[in-house]
Design a protein around this ligand. Structure first.
Ligand code: ADP
Ligand code: MG
Length: 717
């Protein structure tokens, strides 16, 4: 997540130290069952609870039920409905073990109205048989299904009849192996007794947003009264849920605002030399005129760079919108101000392409551009390292290799991450540290520019990215015509081959993207090799290249160079070409088994064409039959080329994880609220966060304490 790279992480207490705090607090409040501290979870039960993240009472109270069982009422057997859980009570009038089709226990229960319901067990204990002896009065709970002779319950829960009914719904919690619902319920109830349930919101904030007290919300959610609306609970629309979701979102807003404030207290080198001749000459030397959007974002970035606290900006622009030149201007400003700049790309192909573009733009103006990637070895590697350390290299372009510990800079003022969502949080942090250096007593943090073609939907921008300023290039360079997208069934492959041949005859180039084989890299490679062979056989007059992730770096470069130079016509590729690759003469993109790719990925792939002035086509080949989801995805691709719209649909289909790179960070972001359905709450929480900061700082503190405990990722971001 982008909140991560905000520097300053290194300034907070080391993780170990932070982690100890709850443990100490725990030992102070005694050794109660649910209060086991992180390091002192000794009993088996405590260890199991700890596995659920339950250490202190404060953790237990927000371990909210997944669902509820209604044991508050008994329904007449006549009114049970298949597919719905019910609780009935009656007398066992038949009970026998049958052996056909297999050994099973059958019982028949009859209620006061004389209606009967069949019960069935495929596995059972003698004790259950005893409980179901004819004449016993039993209470039975389970899901009703329609069986052979009417309704039945399979493996229902049975207890003695005649006892008083529950007065609240029975919570069902997510649990872990070896921890029963009953023990977990007990532990949570104990915690509810001792936890601090006081309100962290001032009364007027509660009234303004119609929020019920925290204590009430927590109690209702753990033990909903019998008359509660089950639908509201299930949909998380009950006032108790609204309060909890609001609190969670508010905590998030508060912590991001705190992170923002912390960033402003950090020191960065001001890179203010905007009148420098280097910038003027760069502008004059471009073979094209900047679009208005590019000029605007260059100014926004330039203003940030001249400040003495670190920039933390996301440059968002759809594929092909021209982000690289914007990066070049930012780098030039850093260099003009006497600092170094670094640009990092997620793949070597892309980094290499940046290196050649940036060198072409900047080297003639006297800038020393150095290259560093994993494949660079021996003398060349050493030379780059030395040049970076001495400051002779003014711009270093590379891959992840740039963040290796051994690479040192003399004065790194600006770090640019292209396709930032491809990098893990840890990697981004590491790069940030590169610029940290001690000049006297002052530690400088480099300015940071993240670039991405994956647009962040509005709700996300308002939440996770609150400490990120966003610049948007909302305009494509002139003369581009939108890519025409065609959906073609795999069975029409000959037509597709013919269109590739026709395109090549006109002097254009094409990409042929191999089917994705997620399960196995070896298989993926094999597929690429096979595809290349089949195409070469089908199109003997066409020059066909092959690129995939397993090629050695220098071969990859050579393949890309041949394609860029027009020495190959068709490039068979795996998704290694997914991001950033820019060859404007390529006007046809074929994606095999398009149904296997995600929306964002398809959009990126399609973005490889339509970069020149000629009409471009993207063919999505699919294998019928399509799943619902795949059908929706392909339809979305067909219906729009707008990256924002695609991102919106992607968010709908997949949830926010993809945008945030949380898969990598492993951090669960929101437990209760949902960015898709709670947009209104997000807006309210944002507003309330400002109110709390301005008027109720102590409440804000208490609120963060309650919600962000143990989640240092948030606190430190
Ligand atoms: P992306 O935003 O996808 O990274 P690039 O920076 O790769 O886009 O730019 C795409 C192509 O458009 C490149 O060939 C680049 O040189 C060209 N380009 C960038 N800006 C302009 C412009 N203002 N006018 C014309 N072409 C441009
Ligand atoms: Mg790019």
């Amino acid at each position: 997540m982008s909140a991560g790279p905000t520097s300053g992480v290194h300034k907070t207490a080391p993780a170990g130290q932070q982690k100890k705090r709850p443990a100490t607090r725990k030992s102070a409040d005694g050794a109660g069952a649910p209060a086991a501290g992180r390091s002192s979870a000794t009993t088996l039960a405590e260890r199991r609870l700890a596995r659920l993240g339950l250490h202190e009472p404060a953790d237990f109270i927000v371990h909210l039920p997944l669902r509820y069982e209604d044991e508050t009422r008994i329904v007449p057997i006549a009114s049970v409905v298949p597919g719905v859980a019910a609780q009935i009570e009656g007398e066992v009038i038949r009970s026998e073990v049958e052996f056909r089709p297999r050994r099973q226990l059958h019982a028949l229960v009859q209620d006061e109205n004389g209606d009967q319901l069949a019960l069935r067990w495929l596995h059972f204990y003698p004790s259950q048989q005893k409980q179901l002896a004819v004449g016993n009065r039993v209470r039975v709970r389970g899901e009703v299904r329609s069986g052979f002779g009417g309704c039945e319950m399979v493996h229902p829960k049975v207890s003695a009849g005649g006892r008083p009914l529950a007065t609240a719904l029975t919570p069902v919690y997510s649990t872990t192996d070896g921890l029963s619902q009953i023990s977990l319920r007990k532990a949570i109830d104990t915690a509810l007794e001792r936890a601090d349930l006081s309100d962290t919101l001032p009364q007027d904030v509660c009234s303004q947003y119609g929020l019920i007290p925290f204590r009430q919300a927590i109690r209702v959610l753990h033990h909903p009264p019998a008359d509660v609306s089950c639908a509201d609970l299930a949909e998380r629309e009950h006032p108790a849920w609204l309060r909890i979701k609001f609190d969670e979102l508010l905590a998030q807003q508060l912590s991001l605002a705190a992170a923002r404030a912390a960033r402003r207290r950090q020191q960065a080198r001001p890179l203010a030399n905007v009148e420098h001749v280097l910038l003027q000459r760069l502008r004059a030397s471009l073979p094209f005129t900047l679009t208005a959007a590019q000029a605007r974002v260059i100014d926004e970035i330039s203003a940030d760079l001249s400040r003495s606290f670190p920039m933390h900006r996301l440059l968002q622009g759809d594929v092909g919108s021209g982000k690289t030149i914007v990066a070049a201007f930012a780098a030039a400003q850093a260099i003009a101000s006497g600092s170094q700049a670094a640009i990092m790309a997620p793949t070597e192909i892309l980094a290499e392409q940046h290196f050649s573009k940036l060198s072409a733009w900047l080297q003639p103006l006297g800038v020393n551009v150095a290259w560093l990637a994993g494949s660079l070895a021996g003398k060349a590697r050493k030379a780059t390292m030395t040049a970076a350390k001495s400051g002779q290299a003014q711009l270093v372009v590379g891959t992840q290799a740039l963040i290796q510990d051994k690479v040192e800079f003399s004065s790194l003022g600006l770090v640019i991450l292209d396709e930032q969502h491809r990098f893990g949080v840890g990697q981004r942090l590491q790069l940030n540290r590169k610029g940290e250096e001690n000049t006297g007593r002052q530690a400088y943090i480099p300015h940071q520019l993240n670039m991405s073609a994956t647009p962040i939907p509005r709700t996300l921008a308002m939440t996770f990215f609150a400490d990120l300023d966003v610049s948007v290039i909302d305009e494509l360079p002139p003369g581009r015509s939108p890519v025409l997208t065609k959906l073609i069934a795999d069975s029409r492959r000959p037509e597709v081959l013919a269109s590739v041949a026709a395109e090549v005859r006109q002097g254009r180039q094409a990409y042929w993207v191999c089917p994705l084989v997620e399960e196995s890299e070896a298989l993926q490679l094999q597929t690429a090799v096979d595809t290349h062979e089949r195409l070469a056989a089908a199109l003997p007059d066409v020059r066909i290249g092959l690129i995939h992730g397993k090629l050695p770096a220098n071969e990859k470069q050579a393949v890309m160079k041949r394609f860029r130079d027009g020495d190959t016509d068709v490039l068979v590729a795996t998704t290694v070409i997914e991001v950033g690759v820019d060859v404007s003469n390529a006007s046809l993109m074929i994606i095999e088994h398009a149904e296997r790719f995600g929306l964002a990925q398809l959009h990126q792939l399609r973005g490889r064409v339509g970069r020149g002035s000629q009409e471009s086509i993207c063919v999505l080949m699919y294998q019928a039959p399509l799943s619902m989801i795949a059908r929706q995805r392909l339809r979305a691709m067909y219906e729009t080329t707008d990256g924002f719209e695609i991102a919106r649909r992607d968010l709908e289909q997949r949830g926010p994880g993809e945008f945030l790179g949380v898969r990598q960070s492993g951090q669960e972001l929101l437990r209760f609220a949902s960015l898709e359905t709670d947009a209104r709450l997000v807006a309210q929480a944002r507003e309330a966060a400002a109110t709390l900061r301005d008027h109720y700082p102590e409440h804000a503190q208490a609120h963060l304490q309650r919600w962000m405990r143990g989640r240092q990722d948030f606190l430190r971001s």
